[in-house]
Design a binder for this molecule. Structure first.
Ligand code: ZN
Length: 236
């Protein structure tokens, strides 16, 4: 025969295990990490939107630079033809020189536009660099929040593990029969499945227990009985 009075300790332990599980499932560190991650996602979206004009100008810059480079190649090729002896007719040589002059004017025009683009780019690039710095801070905040969550989860699991480790000993102390009765009723009555009879009152009943019921319990051998009023297990 187990020690039924220890059922109160088992119930207390189960309540603490439940609280530890609840804490582990609702760590404020997890909510904080979710908040920081949402902030980072929002910042990334804002940065992408704010950087759009910069990206468009950078594309203009690349296109102009490519175009200038290819015109310069063409000028160099035409220039070589003037002097490599492959062309001797004066009229043709003159045509090549005109072509080179035309290509150079085109290069000048493109380089002016390129300069305008570079001037326009500068403030956009500084603003983008500032936004990137703000992002670095937030990335660090996300990493720090992840670290705190990992630590809090480890601590919470250790707490829960320690409490669960105490349970088998108490289950043995109470005995299989008492534990079975307790566990059958616990889903309906937790966290107060096992109550005491205090004076003429069942702790689980909202009002005083009818005298007859008190009398009935008082006359039963000391032990564990279901209260006919509230259905809980009354230790008496
Ligand atoms: Zn009761």
């Amino acid at each position: 025969m187990g020690d039924l009075a220890r059922l109160v300790d088992l119930q207390d332990l189960d309540n603490r295990i439940g609280a530890a599980r609840h804490r582990l499932a609702n760590l404020p560190e997890r909510a904080e990490l979710t908040t920081r991650q949402a902030e980072l996602a929002a910042l990334d979206a804002a940065i992408a939107a704010a950087d759009a004009p910069l990206r468009a100008l950078e594309a203009d810059q690349r296109r102009l630079e490519d175009e200038v480079a290819s015109l310069r190649d063409k000028i160099a090729r035409e220039d070589a033809r003037l002097y490599d002896g492959s062309v001797t007719a004066l009229k043709e040589l003159q045509a090549i020189q005109d072509e080179i002059a035309s290509l150079r004017r085109r290069v000048d025009t493109l380089e002016d536009r390129l300069l305008d683009v570079l001037v326009e780019l500068e403030p956009l690039q500084s603003a983008a660099a500032e936004r990137a710095t703000g992002r670095t801070d937030l990335v660090a905040a996300v990493a720090a929040a992840e670290g705190r969550l990992v630590a809090a989860e480890a601590a919470g699991r250790a707490d829960l593990g320690a409490l669960e480790g105490e349970r088998p000993g108490l289950v043995d102390a109470v005995g299989a029969d008492g534990v079975a009765r307790y566990e059958r009723l616990r889903p309906a009555f937790a966290p107060a499945t096992v109550v005491r009879l205090v004076g003429s009152r069942c702790e689980g009943c909202p009002s005083a227990m009818p005298a007859m019921e008190v009398d009935r319990l008082r006359h039963l051998p000391a032990g564990l009985d279901e209260c006919e009023e509230c259905g809980r297990l009354v230790l008496h």
